[in-house]
Design a binder for this molecule. Structure first.
Ligand code: DQA
Length: 143
């Protein structure tokens, strides 16, 4: 099983960016953590990060028929990108939305996800474990 992990804007700054909210480990460690977990689940994960909405949409479109599942943290696009939501809805590959922080416990504007309705699930508030839980879900590890 092949899984594409997409991270949106500012997640390349992990470790330096608001560490009290997003943790002290960097983006490279997140990717290592994800790839190692996927291997344990018998899957292969590829990580992609972009600060650009169009590049994220291109990656979602290109994943159709190539990857078996998507894990996506659209970052701030979560709250207003109908274009990313439409791209996720347009493809057959199932996607799980993840967030490091608990969106319900933060500012009001973060409580709404416009992208989650195009995903099979949303997992948030578990730091790096949000991603590994999404991989478990896609690989059926806990079934
Ligand atoms: C985030 C939450 C978003 O509201 C924020 O804009 C991010 C990161 C998270 O992983 O907790 O960039 O998606």
């Amino acid at each position: 099983m092949r899984i594409l992990v997409i991270n949106g804007p500012n997640l390349n700054l992990l470790g330096r960016r608001e560490p009290d909210i997003y943790g002290r480990e960097d983006y490279a460690s997140l990717c290592e953590h994800i790839r190692a977990h996927a291997r344990r689940c018998g899957a292969e994960a590829e990580c992609f990060q972009s600060n650009h909405e169009g590049a994220i949409i291109d990656a979602i479109q290109a994943a159709d028929g190539v990857f078996d599942g998507i894990v996506i943290n659209p970052a701030a696009y979560t709250h207003y990108s109908y274009a990313i939501r439409d791209a996720l809805a347009a493809i057959r590959t199932p996607a799980v939305e993840v967030h490091l922080s608990d969106l319900q416990k933060r500012e009001a504007f973060r409580r709404l996800s416009v992208t989650a309705p195009a995903c099979i699930a949303q997992i948030c508030g578990h730091g790096f474990a949000s991603y590994t839980m999404a991989i478990d879900l896609l690989t059926g590890k806990n079934e």
